[in-house]
Design a protein around this ligand. Sequence first.
Ligand SMILES: [Zn+2]
Length: 887
Amino acid sequence: MKSAFVLLASAAFVCAAPLTTAAIAQPQADTIDTTVPTQLPRTAIPHHYALTITPHADKLSFDGTVEIDLEVVKPTNQLVLNAADINFESARLTSGGRGNVPAKVSTDAAAQTATLTFPRTLTPGNYHLVVAYTGKINTQANGLFALDYKDVDGKAARSLFTQFEAADARRFVPSWDEPDYKAKWDLTVRVPARLMAVGNMPAASSKPLAGGMKEVRFQTSPTMSSYLLFFALGDFDRITKPAGDREVGVVVSRGNGSKGQYALDAEAQILPYYNDYFGTPYPLPKLDNVGGPGQSQFFSAMENWGAIFTFEYSILNDPAITSEGGRQQIFGTEAHEMAHQWFGDLVTMAWWDDLWLNEGFASWMATKATEHFHPDWGADIGRVGAREGAMGQDSFRSTHPVVQHVRTVEQANQAFDAITYSKGESVLAMLETFAGPDTWRKGIQTYIKQHQYQNTRTDDLWAAMERVGATGLTQIARDFTTQPGIPLIKVGPAQCVNGQTAVTVTQSQFSSDAKDEVAARPLSWHVPVRASAGGAVTTTVTNGPTTPVTAPGCGPLLINAGQSGYYRTLYTPAELQALKGAFPRLATVDQFGVLADQLTLSETAYQPMSEGMDFVAEVPGNADPRLVQAAVGFWAGIYGDFDKNPQVQAAIAARVGKIYGPRLQQLGFTPRTSDTPSEAVLRNTMIRSLGAMGDPAVVAEAKRLFAAWQADPNAIPGSLKTTWLQVVARNADQSTWDAIHARAKASTNALEHTSLYQLLSIAHDDALAKRALDLAMTDEPGKTTSAGMITGVSGSHSRMAIDFVLAHLDQVNQLIDISGRSRFMQRLAGGSDDTSLIPILQNYAAANLAASDRKPVEQAIAQLQFRTSTQPRIRTEVAAWLAAHPA
Ligand SMILES: [Zn+2]
């Protein structure tokens, strides 16, 4: 799944046995691994499901029958499986043609299970279970769900899709809905003949039924986990391309086919690359990517095997609205979901404890594919950005290890976070660098081959790596995946000895909110430290509190050269001074990494703010676009922190205008055919940041374009439309807001429709923010857009948004996917520094979340406390630095 990082029914699971790090039994497809946590008694294994579904889209319900071939492995008179919001009509069991044993069905809504009780004990052996039932079609992305939109003719239309990860297949079919119960699936659907049905596999047959209906039977799936099953139904266009001996396809609402071409081309490009990288060819006959309108608060795309689902904003390349950054996101999402076809679908984690094996890996692989096909997009820098994002969460007490113990459905949902995705990606990048890319790849290929169609634990991957020659990798890997937190590498004074630089590094732990605590008792890691002093890069693995490090050459010392390491580096003032002098000559990725690292060490008071800011001052207006973006981004953030001090804000705006304004003038306000991708992205970023700082030229152009756009919807180039309108919408007055609202209402382009409603939520004006909240409670924005609007309001009105949600909690919950609900408050508290929110959040958690599920709220509170405690110091030191460094 691609997490909706855009800004995020508790069942009591019972662990059959706690996970141990001791020898782990190898899971086999047809035996039960009793060390895997489960909610279900390990008495039966399903091998094959034959499922028939008849949706009633207008009534938001469906009929289902499922026939399950299963094996009873222990004598029992009960079968317990998963079911949620399912009404059972009948359930009966047959065995080898002998008899027909009806079951008494009882359900447990909290545990999301159904218990089938039989009049006699079932002896071990093979059985055939037949269940008839009805279920619900949801209006948020859980189970089978509906997305409404206006079609190409402007008529109201409804498409159906499924979303099952982590634990929602049980809303579609009573099943053993846990990742290690892999089985084969036969899906049959009875649907209106005029609509297109899509499944994991190609259709095996389609026959007409009475009343304008048809029955589509899909080919049998390979052995797979229940959360990967997929079905979609709608008025679709499907475009296809051959990719070797497989077919890739993009399925979008009718009329949008041409906008899916970009995603299709990416798919056709990536598939052979992955076939080659993984060494095991993609096993299904086709791979579709199915687009749906709207959004989710939980995810943006999902890796259903053979039928990826992606929200339209991340699959449609629409000349009317898609930016260069948006196109890069389409490629990145595709690369992520396609990597899951192997890592996740073909080889699946045994339990949600190891979710990072899916998500960290897909994120890492997507960056690799992007670097391969688009070396000019700066994916290497994106990876360092992901590292920084992960460290932002990992530096607090409330963090968790990459491999974590998941006990409830809600904890499984909460596991889809920056640690799982971005720390996972960063650690894998570090390990690949340690092993060397060729050995690493050999290890991946061995792992895939050995575990295909089965389930694994994290240690299985390390074992494969060691087997192909990555000696010592397991030690490093375990330290970084089973312990939380971030190593701090303190660099001692450097000495030049015989043309080599020698230093002693001292290992400690970096923390935002527990500095003294971790300094007194730091965790310990085996850290592969990569050092460069002008000559070749050396790698030294730390072992204990201090480690000697040498690097050829006697130039300025750079630790974490290449930026693949997951740690922070604190230099002595003298070494830092030398590094500043060398900064202009460093590789761009190192410049970006050092800048981010040193700024964070300053913001967390490991060193004065001036140390970090001196590096920002080393980024001139004509630097690499990605560095300029980082520097301008830093200033835009600091500008926001001075919202009660207009004088300093004016000084920051003037500085940014003087240093970086000329770069924007040179780029121009409209796209040029000569733009590199990085320049195109930079233009958007600079317009947004300079606009937020009130840059007169940007604000004047925004006004001019807005007036022109009111007369002609095509007056703003599509790739800059959202960016310019954001500048306008933030500073909107009543009449401007009304004008955007009118355009939003009239839009028949689903993508633009969502984007315009989102713009209505970002106004700084209090009264307009309130209007946006009220509007979100109506049916007008669309059922999946409203929650995003509330999040938008929280950007500059966090207290207002949170008060509003608490006053309308039941209504708002209907606007959020079940899987995203417990994290919604965390998102609203986002970047706020309003301490009055702390007791409000605490009360909300106590009243609404089980004690085991409060981590996101605790994280939000910790970050809020940290911001309020550090901001006075940061503001004082920044103001002093600005006074001492006139632009
Ligand atoms: Zn994913």
